[in-house]
Design a protein around this ligand. Structure first.
Ligand SMILES: [Zn+2]
Ligand SMILES: [Zn+2]
Length: 562
């Protein structure tokens, strides 16, 4: 029997932490809500903040306070910093996400204003595009009176909704590359009726139905997600959007995310289970949450195997995305699935199969990443190699590579394993032309004998099998690497010439960054390296930025998905 999860990785989560606001708009303390989430044993919590509005876009309750202020501007600017502090405070206890709900206020000043607001929230995990206000300056989700005033101006229910959809489409045209999610798509139902032609939007030939179908297609074409928003439920008008809309969205392969969109701590965690049931009934088998603008797949049911597979998929997407420039990160990549992952072929548009190859391949902008949780097989062919047992401290691998290079010995690839007792073993396979290996060993034995316990060259060695259970980076751009992923991974693409790799290894050694594992690969004169490392992220990034132009790519990947 399938059991629904009782937790939701929210996107349009809880509006909180704006503090001294004159109108209750998320003033509960961030810490109080985190404590509540911890009490409930939740693995994650998602905060969201409205981007500040221009002063003529105000709810009547705000106008009535008679205070001239740009609502929330100061708390907005400070928000990313406060979230960063919160993450520090609760590190290891809970995953804290935050996003921005962007206000659409037309294509003129409102557009420039909002663009500038996105730059102020650079570290946001996602941006939701929402239309709360009509260009007439009246809100869709304000008081009944405000809605009726707008209805009177527009003349009919159909025109009321038509205007709203126009604004949505216009927002996507201008903002499509800056947002990931479309907020509460049928928001106007809060205050006005849904015309019959819209209730029957799938079959009606009415222009309004047609416009709505177009809106959904625009969302699908842009790879944006739909916000399944429980606020409509506790406000008594039903979840945004209706299940009919979700059924259509499912057919269009539009991803969905889920959230309570609450402004009060009392609704935190509201009907998590019911919301999952709600989307499941419309055909969805999963939903997404966001981390650093990247969608992560989440399960609806408590299904351990599927959760593991989604984690691999999420990690692969993160690996690829961190190799790309910001602009490209916002575009959904292309996928191939093989083996046990073939069940994902239905999730993505244009996904292709890889037969029995039990892996996920993700590609975008001429780069690709292949990941799997299948433990690589031991290889049986004989190789030339150097076996070492040494102290498990930073700098050892660098000094080994340096000494070998000084004797003209080129390393093909490496396998490292920590014994977790202060010692580690390494096996380096060497290229055919192996220089003066004997004298390299003599040199190391002479100078570093406290560090190296064993150092043995073998002509016909079996490749040791250090593979353990884990998630593996199998390939980068089609070049085999087979690195087990750890919390921090460095990927490089560099000029494949003697000495180039030493720059990286020496740089890491200079700052005491420990190398947990190291895999090398090449295709002609292009070299690839994948390193599992342990050390401070800012220090590592600083080093990677200074490697020089023989490094075409050098990225530190930290995994945010869980
Ligand atoms: Zn909203
Ligand atoms: Zn909201």
């Amino acid at each position: 029997m399938n059991k629904l999860n009782n937790f939701v990785w929210e996107t349009h989560g809880i509006h909180a932490g704006t503090e001294k606001d004159y109108v209750k708009h998320g003033i509960d303390k961030l810490e109080d809500i985190v404590e509540k989430a911890l009490e409930a044993n939740h693995p994650s919590i998602t905060f969201i903040i409205h981007s500040p509005r221009l002063t003529n876009f105000r709810y009547s309750v705000e106008k009535n306070t008679n205070i001239k202020f740009i609502r929330g501007n100061r708390s907005y600017i400070n928000y990313p910093k406060r979230i960063a502090n919160l993450r520090k405070k609760y590190k290891g206890l809970i995953n804290i996400k935050f996003g921005v709900e962007l206000e659409w206020m037309g294509a003129d000043l409102g557009l420039q204003w909002s663009r500038s607001k996105i730059f102020q929230a650079e570290d946001a995990d996602f941006v939701i595009g929402s239309v709360h206000f009509a260009p007439e300056g009246l809100p869709y989700d304000g008081s009944k009176e405000e809605a009726l005033e707008l209805l009177k101006i527009r003349g009919s229910l159909e025109e009321y909704w038509s205007g709203y959809f126009n604004e949505m489409i216009e927002m996507i045209e201008h903002f499509g590359d800056m947002i990931q999610v479309i907020g509460h798509i049928d928001l106007p139902k809060l205050n006005v009726d849904v015309p019959e032609v819209l209730q029957n939007f799938e079959s009606s030939s009415h222009p309004l139905a047609n416009k709505f179908r177009t809106l959904l297609e625009v969302i699908a074409d842009r790879d944006l997600a739909l916000d399944v928003n429980m606020a409509g439920d506790f406000k008594g008008v039903g979840v945004y959007p209706t299940q009919d809309i979700l059924r259509r969205a499912f057919k269009l392969k539009i991803p969905i995310c889920i959230g309570t969109d609450t402004h009060h701590v009392k609704y935190y965690g509201y009907k998590f289970k019911e919301s999952l049931q709600y989307v499941y009934e419309t055909g969805y088998k999963h939903y997404v949450s966001y981390s650093k603008l990247i969608p992560e797949k989440r399960t609806i049911f408590d299904d351990h195997d599927l959760k593991v597979k989604y984690t691999i998929l999420n990690k692969g997407i993160e690996l690829l995305n961190q190799r790309l420039h910001n602009k490209n990160r916002r575009i959904i990549p292309d996928f191939s699935f093989g083996g046990t992952f073939s069940e994902f072929l239905d999730i993505y548009k244009n996904a292709t199969g890889m037969g029995d190859y039990n892996a996920i391949r993700i590609r975008k902008a001429n780069k690709s990443i292949t990941v799997s949780n299948e433990t690589p097989q031991a290889e049986s062919h004989k190789v030339k190699g150097l076996f070492s047992k040494h102290a498990d401290i930073p700098g050892v691998i660098s000094s080994l590579f340096n000494t070998l290079a000084s004797e003209g010995v080129n390393v093909e690839t490496a396998r490292l394993k920590s014994n977790n007792d202060g010692t580690a073993v390494a096996f380096l396979t060497l290229e055919e032309d192996n220089g003066n290996i004997k004298s390299a060993i003599d040199f190391i034995s002479g100078t570093d004998k406290e560090i190296f316990k064993v150092l043995q060259y073998k002509e016909e060695a079996d490749l040791p099998n250090f593979y353990e259970k884990g998630v593996y980076l199998l390939e980068m751009d089609g070049v085999e690497l087979k690195l087990a992923l750890s919390e921090k991974v460095i990927l490089t693409k560099h000029h494949n010439a003697p000495g180039v790799l030493l720059i990286l290894l020496s740089a890491l050694a200079s700052k005491n960054i420990n190398i947990i594992d190291l895999r090398l690969g090449k295709r002609n004169n292009m070299g690839y390296s994948a390193l599992a490392v342990d050390g401070d992220k800012n220090v590592i990034n600083n080093l990677l930025n200074k490697l020089g132009d023989q490094y075409y790519e050098a990225n530190l990947i930290e995994f945010h998905s869980m």
